[in-house]
Structures are given as C-alpha cells and as structure tokens.
Design a protein around this ligand. Structure first.
Ligand code: ZN
Length: 455
C-alpha cells in the first residue's frame, strides 16, 4: 500500500471518528477491512536479494541462455514471474552520478543517498541506521549472505558503518563490535573473506565462537550446524564462481537455504540480505560465461527464497540490482543474433581455464577439457604468444583471448569495464510487494524495509 494511501485512510479514519460514523463507510470501501489490509501489507520477514551489477540485459540474456536462444515462446526465468518495476540508482556524489555498490547498497539499506564508497554513513560520516539494525532492534533475527567477501560493499552497507568500502578489517570488526540492545547485530554471516577475520591483530573467528556462534568453513560443516548463530567463511577472498566450484564450497542457494532455516526459527521474524556478488565481477571482467554462471547461482537462491515465502505467507521477497556493470549488449557489430549455445558448451569460466593454462602450459589439452567448441589456429597462436610474455602480463592476456573468442561466437558486446547508469529491474513477492511497483528510487526501498522491520 502506498504511503499516501495509508495517510489518506488515516485522515479519513480520524475524520470519521470525530464525526462518529463508520470509518469503512467514510472511506467508501464498505468492506471495513482496511485494518486487515494494512496488516497483510506488512511482512514479518524480509528476504532482500541483490544481484550485484545485474542490469536489465543480464536478465534478458539469462532468459535467452536458459532457452538455448532460439525458443519460440522464450519461457520465463524465475525472475520474470515476479517483475514489478524498476528502480533509479543514482548516488548523491558531487563528482560521480553513476553509483558504485556502496552508495547504492547504503541507499537500499538505510533510505539515504550518499557518496560512492560510503558504507552506511552520510557525507558528514554520520552513521545511518540500516534495515538490518532496525530488525535487530525489533528483536528479529538477522543474516547476511554473499559470494564475495562478507565484508564487501553490499553486505557491509547493511551490517557495518565506514567512511570507505576498502576498510574490510574495520567492517569485519563492526560485525562483531557493534551491538544492538546488547545483542550481536548479525546472527548469520555466510560468504568469503577469511583473511579479514583471522588476522594478526585480532582473531574474530574465535571471538564469534566465544559469543556462541558456530564457525563453519565448508558446505558439509554448514549443513550439519544446528546453531541459531552461524559464521561461515568458505574462502580467503571471494568464493569460486558456480561453474568452477567443488563440493567443498556451498552454492548461493545452499547458503540462502541455511540462512532461512536458521533465521526462521525466530518467532519474532527475520531480515536476510542475500547478494549474488560476482555477476558484477564478471561484468567488470567483460566475461559473459562468468556472468551466466553467477546468474544461475543467483536465480536458484531467489527460487529458494520464493519457495519459503510461498509456504510461510508472512515473508516479503525482493530481488533487484544495485546498478548495471560492463555496458553489456545482446548483439554485436550489426549482427541480429545473440547465440547462447557456445556458453552451454563451456564447463568452466575463462578465469578458471586461464589459471589451468598458466599452470600446465598445455593450451590445447586444457581448452579441450573445458570447452566443446574449437579455437581457431589464430586464437591458439595468440595464446602461445601470450605464454611468452612476462609473468605479470600473462594471465590478463590469456583470459582476454578466451573471452574475446566467447564474445565473437555469442555476439556479446561490452562498452566499459566499469558501471553504467541505467535503471534496474525490481522483482517482488509476498506481503508489502505493492510498494515496489512501478518506478521507485533506491532510497524508497530502504524506507520501506526499515518501516516493515520496525513492526
Ligand atoms: Zn555493485
């Protein structure tokens, strides 16, 4: 329900009370049910999913990819069923009007625009209260899940405060040190970034364990934990991409399901933020294969959240992006085609294949093992030359040749290694979803989330 509508209902209610008539009749509805409507529009639980860098094109490409590209009816993705609108993402920054992840996540977490790099602080470095903090102050359980370091800009903007997104150690400290009503702020933390918790100056893993948290470092341990508070760190930095993972590393869906199972034990409700972090990383790297790997991961997490919400009936699920990355296009150089087939014939990302080539120096064997289509002799020749470069230049050159080969075969275009400023899609399901309809501003998301979590 839109705020103005609630406000006008309240006005009518007050007027009707003053004049002694039935407010439902005065409102013209006659059903007398606006109180119930209001309740049903306020979710008890919120699962807010952010596909980092997931501009509109990623969602369209993923639909093509799932359908093989040439399906007549082009069946919907999990996202498509739940599209409700778009959001504006511009930051409030004197020098840049295209947002970074920090300013955008801060807007969605707190309801305030800020400068690029800011982690839930304003221009004067005042701390901005986040939806996660409001939830904890309302005695709800809280969680953060990401495939990047859990201290990365997006999760940090919900659970920490810092003048710069680059202060990972300080952000990890905030997760432990900043208490709400003497309680730990974030009950479930799942992602990467061990290096920021197990440090020379401080061992936060032990400190969390001393507060009663289970610490887990692989998928099996995570599944076994029955604890209501959980710290799971599965890699030094970001997690491997979905296509490159072994059984040791949980998927985003596994982590999301674990967080939901854990947090939903709380009868007061919960707030969970889930980030598909590396859609953005693939975008920065202009890597369409990596992007589809991470879209698969993110879609499965979204589907798990929707499944829970359908059973539960009191949970709002929102999925959106913080900005677009890479200026990615379906179609290249005048070609009226985007060919997803070569992507289905790849079994690892270019990043992984590059590491293998550098390690084995066996170009054709490695390419044969992971890619079902053949490179041209020119492409093989270029890879051979790249292996003769100084060590520091090899990796970028090899990966670039493989990514170019993929782009040429799929007709994928890129315009930048950075972010672009288009509006992004918003998907929603459950009580409160009407607020996200049409064109919203990212600060409205923060306002809605905070008002839901305050109840
Ligand atoms: Zn981002």
């Amino acid at each position: 329900m839109k705020k103005w509508f609630i406000a006008s209902l309240l006005t009518l209610f007050v007027l009707a009370s003053v004049f002694g008539s039935n407010p439902a009749t005065a409102a013209g509805g006659g059903s007398g049910s606006q109180g119930a409507d209001q309740d049903s529009d306020t979710p008890k639980n919120v699962i807010y999913l952010i596909g980092d860098g997931m501009g509109v094109t990623y969602n369209t490409a993923y639909r093509y990819y799932k359908n093989g590209g040439f399906s007549e009816d082009m069946a919907d993705t999990e996202f498509d069923h739940h599209l409700v609108g778009q959001q504006k993402t511009h930051p409030h920054d004197e020098e840049e009007n295209i947002t970074d992840s920090a300013a955008s996540a801060t807007a969605m977490a707190t309801g305030s625009k800020t400068y690029n790099n800011a982690i839930a602080v304003d221009h004067d470095l005042n701390e901005l209260e986040t939806a996660l903090e409001v939830a904890k102050a309302s005695d709800k359980s809280t969680g953060l899940v990401a495939t990047s370091e859990i201290t990365h800009a997006t999760p940090a903007s919900f659970g920490a405060h810092d003048e710069s997104r680059h202060n990972h150690a300080e952000i990890a400290d905030d997760y432990f040190d900043e208490r709400i009503n003497d309680q730990m702020k974030v009950d479930v933390l799942l992602g990467g970034g061990i290096e920021y918790f197990d440090r020379e100056d401080r061992n936060l893993i032990e400190e969390f364990q001393n507060e009663g948290y289970d610490f887990v470092s692989n998928a099996q341990e995570m599944q076994q934990s029955q604890n209501s508070q959980l710290l799971g760190l599965f890699s030094e930095g970001g997690l491997p991409k979905k296509w490159d993972r072994t059984e040791e590393t949980p998927s985003l869906e596994n982590m999301t399901q674990t967080a939901i199972d854990t947090l939903s034990q709380d009868e007061e409700g919960f707030f969970l933020m889930v980030e598909g972090s590396q859609i953005d990383w693939a975008g920065h790297a202009n890597d369409i294969a990596g992007a589809m790997s991470e879209m698969e991961d993110f879609e499965a997490a979204f589907a798990a959240a929707i499944d829970f919400a359908e059973q539960d009936g009191e949970t709002l699920v929102v999925a959106t992006a913080d900005h677009n990355t890479g200026g990615f296009s379906l179609g290249l150089d005048g070609e009226y085609n985007w060919n997803a087939e070569p992507l289905h014939e790849m079994h690892r990302t270019p990043e992984f294949i590059t590491e293998e080539i550098l390690e084995t120096e066996d170009i054709e064997g490695t390419v044969d093992a992971y890619i079902d289509w053949a490179l041209t002799s020119e492409e093989i020749g270029a890879l051979e030359e790249a292996l003769l470069l100084p060590t520091a230049d090899r990796s970028g050159e090899v990966e670039g040749i493989i990514k170019d080969a993929v782009d040429k075969r799929t007709f994928t275009g890129w315009t930048t290694s950075g972010h672009t400023g288009e509006d992004v899609n918003v998907y929603a399901y459950g009580p409160g979803k009407d607020n996200f309809q049409g064109l919203t501003d990212n600060i409205e998301h923060g306002d809605f989330l905070k008002s839901f979590m305050a109840q």
